[in-house]
Write a protein of this length. Structure first.
Length: 317
């Protein structure tokens, strides 16, 4: 019995599958210069990210314990009910931001007006308004696309509550626009609780610190928190004012740029695998972009070409 093989048909089928579609000029351009596009793009994104970061401060206070158990004091100071009570007694219902620097929170006493709420609801969390003092008797309040002029001490009713705009005698009047964020009470208490740190030492001293966007607000919060705890436990807490400080925490610029560089570098490396899965360009490929060709002397996956003569010779052997 003689078996005949039709290698011509098999060879033609393999060659047809291996023939790629003609890539477009845009695809060739990106495959060749992908590396030089991604890395600068990610580094530019890191630059804008760093320059739009709001400042972070660490407010630290040293507290001397007199005849008190350190572990009990730590658990008592770092408690959600006490944090919520302290925030409810501070004018932190809203946060102020300058329109020219919206990433930096402004201390309330530095703003020329105050918002006095008679009622506030959590049905519209994180609502925002903007205001600007137009003259000595009125203030322009912007809510979405609506701008209305209101008199000082006039009751303003909004879905998130009722409030009055009053002049702040502690701040100088100006004509700048301020953005006001209405804080959700539960979210704010959770935020302060997570960023509050209470640590003890062997000499009976507690270190109470808070990570905050405004150093003065952090100082007011720690002072109110310790005052409420002292009244609650009928104890005398001695705060060492010499050890109370506010320190600016700079962002880790080097790490951000390194991560951005690695992210931009990984896009060209991952692109062939993604293109294969999505079958971008009408053909499957395992080659690296030409932007990385200088890293290797030869392709990672060798190419194989089969002809009819080679297949016949292999079959005869």
């Amino acid at each position: 019995m003689i078996i005949e093989w039709d290698f011509t048909r098999v060879a033609i089928r393999i060659e047809e599958e291996a023939t790629p579609d003609e890539p477009s000029k845009l695809a060739v351009f990106f495959r060749r210069y992908w590396l030089f596009i991604c890395v600068p793009l990610f580094l530019a994104g890191a630059y804008f990210y760093i320059h739009n970061l709001g400042p972070k401060y660490r407010v630290t206070a040293k507290v001397q314990l007199h005849g008190m158990d350190a572990s009990a004091a730590i658990n008592g100071i770092k408690s959600k009910p006490l944090v919520s009570k302290a925030l409810s007694q501070l004018p932190f219902q809203v946060s102020f931001y300058n329109d020219t620097m919206p990433q930096k929170e402004v201390y309330p006493d530095s703003v020329p007006v105050k918002l006095v709420f008679s009622s506030i609801t959590n049905t519209h969390p994180n609502a925002q308004i903007a205001f600007r003092a137009t003259n000595g008797a009125q203030v322009a309040v912007t809510n979405g696309d609506t701008i209305l002029n209101h008199n000082y001490h006039e009751t303003i009713t909004e879905p998130y509550g009722k409030f009055k705009v009053v002049q702040n005698p502690l701040a100088k009047p100006d004509d700048q626009t301020y953005i006001v964020k209405i804080n959700d009470a539960d979210e704010q208490a959770e935020h302060y609780f997570k960023n509050l740190r209470v640590e003890g030492s062997r000499n009976g001293t507690l270190t109470v610190s808070l990570l905050t966007a405004n150093g003065k607000k952090g100082t007011d919060f720690l002072a109110k928190l310790l005052h409420l705890y002292a009244n609650q436990t009928h104890s005398a807490l001695a705060v060492d004012k010499r050890e109370t400080n506010i320190s600016l925490i700079p962002p880790n610029v080097v790490m951000i740029y390194v991560l951005a560089f690695l992210a931009g570098l990984s896009i060209p490396l991952a692109w062939p695998r993604v293109a294969n899965k999505l079958k971008i360009g009408g053909t499957r490929t395992s080659r690296l972009p030409e932007a990385y060709s200088f890293l290797f002397e030869r392709p990672l996956v060798p190419e194989f070409e089969f002809s009819v003569e080679q297949m016949v010779n292999q079959a005869n052997h």
